[in-house]
Design a protein. Sequence first.
Length: 190
Amino acid sequence: MSDFKADNQTAEEQIPTVEEEMKNAEKALEQAEETVTEDITALLAESRIEADKHKDMALRIQADMENLRRRTRIDIESAHKYALDKFVNALIPAMDSMEMGMDASSKEEASIESIREGIDMTFKQMLDVLGQFNVERVDPKGEKFNPELHEALTMIPSPDHEPNTVIDVIQKGYTLNERLVRAARVIVAQ
């Protein structure tokens, strides 16, 4: 029996008491809380760094967008301001020819024929400039009347022409890229 008692005592010493179990559980809980707190602190620090990166990126994008808006506004203003630059540069030589023709016509040795020739050349030069910029003349003499391109000033009876045919053009019309700028003013057969 003494052996049993000795074995029993050893077993009891090996079995932890409730208090020891509680202490061990509390230590384990404290360690778990510390680990969780450290993990949360690390995650929070990482999140703050990431948030700062995103905030910086957002501010840069916002600044880039503002710069783009400003540059676009300036480009649009320039486009409006200098839209006719190419047209004007193409028109200036025709104006120079016209001015030279006026100077030549005031000279004593100028003949009607030379003045007419200069005017014809200047006129052709002006038509070429208009053609470069897709401006086309509307000269509908002999064509059917088209109210989208022609403005009838009057209608007259004409046995030589079919009804609704343009007999005469008082003022030629113009289109820009096939869009009417000015209608041709015409006289139409009844």
